[in-house]
Design a protein around this ligand. Structure first.
Ligand SMILES: [Zn+2]
Length: 211
C-alpha cells in the first residue's frame, strides 16, 4: 500500500517553502522543548484545523482533537482518558495559560446526537462519546425544530465542556487563582468567521477580521 501521494506532495511543499523559514525555530524548540501558552481542544473535523485558523507556528498551540471537541468530566476511574491525559500534561507540565474549546458549525458529531442516529458500529464509541452532549442539550431552551438548533447546541456544548473543565480539581484551582483561563470559540466553516464566548453574558461575539 503506497503512502498517500497527497501527503508526499504536501511534505515536499512544506520542506521547500515553509521549513527554510522555520528551521531555526524547530531547532530551538528541539533544544529547549515546547512551551506553548495555549491549549486548544478542537474537533477531528478536517475543516477545522486550529493551526490553520489561528495561523500558528510550530510550538505555539498544544492541540487535542476529538469528535465534536468535547471535554469529559473528571473521572479518575482507571479507564483510558485521552483528553484528560492531555489536559493533565498541558496544565501540570507545560503550564499553559489558556485553554480554548474550539467548536464549529456543521459538526457531524453534534448532528448525529441531535438526530439520534443509529450507531455506526455495535461497539458504538461515537454514541457513548456523544452522550457527553446530553447535559448541554438538556439545558438548551430551544426545541429541536427551532431555527439554528444545531448551531445553538454546538455553542451550548462548548459552554458545557468549559463547565467540565472545572471538574478537574487542579485545573479548577488554577482557574480560580487566575493562572489559567478557559475560553470558548466557534468557527463558521462556510463563512470563516470566528466568534469568542463572552463568559459574562454567555454570548458568542464575532471577532473582527478582514474576511
Ligand atoms: Zn465537529
Amino acid at each position: 500500500m503506497a503512502f498517500p501521494s497527497r501527503l508526499i506532495e504536501g511534505y515536499r511543499a512544506f520542506s521547500q517553502y515553509r521549513l527554510p523559514g522555520e528551521q531555526d525555530r524547530y531547532r530551538e524548540l528541539a533544544q529547549s522543548g515546547q512551551a506553548p501558552q495555549v491549549m486548544v481542544i478542537g474537533c477531528c473535523d478536517s475543516r477545522v484545523s486550529p493551526e490553520v485558523i489561528f495561523d500558528a507556528r510550530p510550538g505555539e498551540l498544544f492541540v487535542v482533537r476529538n469528535v465534536a471537541n468535547l471535554v469529559p468530566p473528571y473521572a479518575p476511574d482507571g479507564a483510558y482518558h485521552g483528553v484528560s491525559a492531555a489536559l493533565e500534561f498541558a496544565v501540570g507540565a507545560l503550564r499553559v495559560r489558556h485553554i480554548v474549546v474550539l467548536g464549529h458549525a456543521h459538526c457531524g458529531g453534534v448532528q448525529a446526537f441531535a438526530e439520534e442516529r443509529a450507531p455506526l458500529s455495535p461497539g458504538d464509541f461515537i454514541g457513548r462519546w456523544m452522550s457527553l452532549l446530553a447535559p448541554a442539550a438538556a439545558k438548551l431552551e430551544a426545541r429541536r425544530e427551532a431555527p439554528d438548533y444545531l448551531g445553538r447546541l454546538e455553542r451550548a456544548s462548548i459552554v458545557n465542556s468549559i463547565d467540565n473543565l472545572m471538574t478537574f480539581p487542579r485545573l479548577a484551582a488554577l482557574i480560580a487563582q487566575g493562572r489559567v483561563t478557559a475560553h470558548g470559540a466557534y468557527f463558521g466553516v462556510a463563512t470563516g468567521e470566528l466568534s469568542v464566548l463572552d463568559r459574562a453574558t454567555g454570548e458568542f461575539v464575532r471577532v473582527g477580521g478582514s474576511y
